[in-house]
Design a protein around this ligand. Structure first.
Ligand SMILES: Cc1cc2nc3c(=O)[nH]c(=O)nc-3n(C[C@H](O)[C@H](O)[C@H](O)COP(=O)(O)OP(=O)(O)OC[C@H]3O[C@@H](n4cnc5c(N)ncnc54)[C@H](O)[C@@H]3O)c2cc1C
Length: 404
């Protein structure tokens, strides 16, 4: 399965990431301490062409598909999970409008989805601008979808888009807008009154009506700069309508594994926990080696078991990724996500216990990993809570629980 997932072409991208990764790891404590955005890492990513990771090669990008993205994100997360999480938000836009859109429009189901070719034509019009920005303009994209709805609310967006001459006027508020101070374009979900089609619109960060408010001082993933985006009658030009109307809804019902994309940052973080524990126990990080003791060896063994479980499950999902997953394939994507998001903090906790008291001292790799790992399970819409409800219900009833 690993060879099927890690093809030579994808392995090349991972190797490219591995080359620039160690500098990310060195800078990580600074960004964590200051809760500041990793601008230097993003400059390195742009220089290496990773801003266009999922842009087709013909358009100047690196041409990665969903699996290629996942593997690069995992490698990035191994060096700096915060940067990988922000990179997920940027690349998600290219994934949605590229490989995922293509998958939704392919074959018989694609013809049913887009009988008059309007969706394909929309993409033909808007993607060149998007790709050009990512590949040559060093344009950074964010993806603030979250609105902090009332507990119990499970669907709908209160951000409103009003069609106007040449585009839309958008008003609303998004919480946890990762890359809030760094992104040039914030890709938000919005609704047009009376229209069931959710819009994905690229809000220009420099519009007078777009404002970043609030503080950012969280427990972990501190470099993501996820402050609040407030939009007051912002003008969004038509070419910034990333997806044709109806395509986001189609993704939700036909390619919901998209929501798994941030899981790979956390899988990479698990690798980082293994790396840091090994370095520590071997005495390579300033504290005397303790690997001779069987208790330490057992702890290290347990960490590997936890990582291998999560990695096997996620790679299996990668080996069968595509549009229109069977109920069993979707179940496996849910299971892999919950397993990774729950295993990362479990692993970080066990690593601290195994290494011992001095590994708790700041600044320390494991201490930061412990805090970063805690964030994954809360991320919507595939939060652990949400997925456990679905997994718990599906199988006990004939009809599936609420869809994504
Ligand atoms: C470090 C970090 C970075 C983040 N970056 C981003 C980002 O870039 N973009 C982004 O969009 N979000 C981002 N998030 C936000 C995250 O995805 C969640 O939206 C957030 O953690 C929810 O917090 P809450 O306090 O509203 O908690 P919750 O209580 O988890 O959520 C509030 C309510 O939302 C409702 N809800 C549950 N599931 C769904 C669902 N599937 N759809 C709609 N509503 C639902 C529930 O009823 C719940 O009560 C980030 C979070 C963290 C921790």
């Amino acid at each position: 399965m690993d060879e099927q997932v890690l093809t030579p072409e994808r392995a090349e991208l991972v190797a490219k990431m591995a080359e620039i990764g160690p500098a990310f790891a060195e800078r990580a404590p600074k960004y964590d301490r200051d809760a500041s955005f990793p601008h230097e890492n993003w400059a390195d990513l742009a220089d290496a062409g990773f801003l266009g990771l999922c842009v087709p090669k013909e358009a100047g990008g690196l041409g990665a598909d969903f699996v290629g993205y996942a593997l690069v994100a995992e490698e990035m997360g191994r060096h700096c999970a915060t940067t990988a999480l922000t990179f997920n938000m940027h690349t998600a836009t290219a994934l949605l409008s590229g490989p995922i859109a293509e998958a939704l429009l392919a074959g018989e189901r694609g013809r049913e989805q887009d009988p008059d070719g309007a969706m394909a034509a929309h993409l033909e019009n808007t993607r060149p601008h998007l790709w050009e920005g990512m590949v040559r303009g060093r344009v950074i994209h964010s993806q603030p979808f979250s609105e902090g709805q009332a507990p119990g609310a499970r669907s709908g967006f209160s951000t409103v888009a009003v069609p106007t001459e040449g585009g839309y006027r958008v008003t609303g508020r998004k919480i946890f807008a990762s890359l809030s101070g760094a992104a040039h374009v914030h890709n938000v979900l919005a609704v047009v009154e009376g229209d069931p089609h959710i819009r994905l619109l690229g809000v220009p960060a420099d519009d007078d009506g777009a404002e970043i408010v609030g503080d950012w001082d969280p427990i972990g993933m501190r470099g993501t700069d996820s402050r609040t985006l407030v939009m007051d009658n912002v003008f969004v030009p038509a070419r910034n309508e990333v997806l044709p109307p109806g395509m986001f809804n189609a993704m939700v019902s036909r390619f919901p594994q998209f929501y798994m994309s941030l899981t790979f940052s956390y899988l990479g973080l698990m690798r980082a926990i293994l790396d840091a524990t090994r370095t520590y126990l071997r005495g390579e990080s300033g504290v005397k080696a303790s690997r001779d003791h069987p208790i330490k060896q057992t702890g290290w063994a347990q960490l590997q078991l936890i990582y291998d479980r999560a990695q096997s499950l996620t790679y299996r999902v990668l080996s069968e990724i595509g549009a229109d997953p069977s109920p069993e394939q979707l179940r496996r994507a849910h299971v892999a996500t919950v397993t990774t998001m729950e295993s990362a903090p479990e692993m970080a906790s066990l690593a601290l216990r195994t290494c011992g008291g001095r590994s708790l001292l700041r600044p320390g790799r494991l201490e930061q990993h412990y805090r970063d790992a805690r964030c994954g399970a809360t991320m919507l819409p595939w939060s652990t809570e949400e997925l456990l409800v679905r997994l718990g219900r599906n199988g006990l009833y004939d009809e599936p629980a609420d869809s994504d």
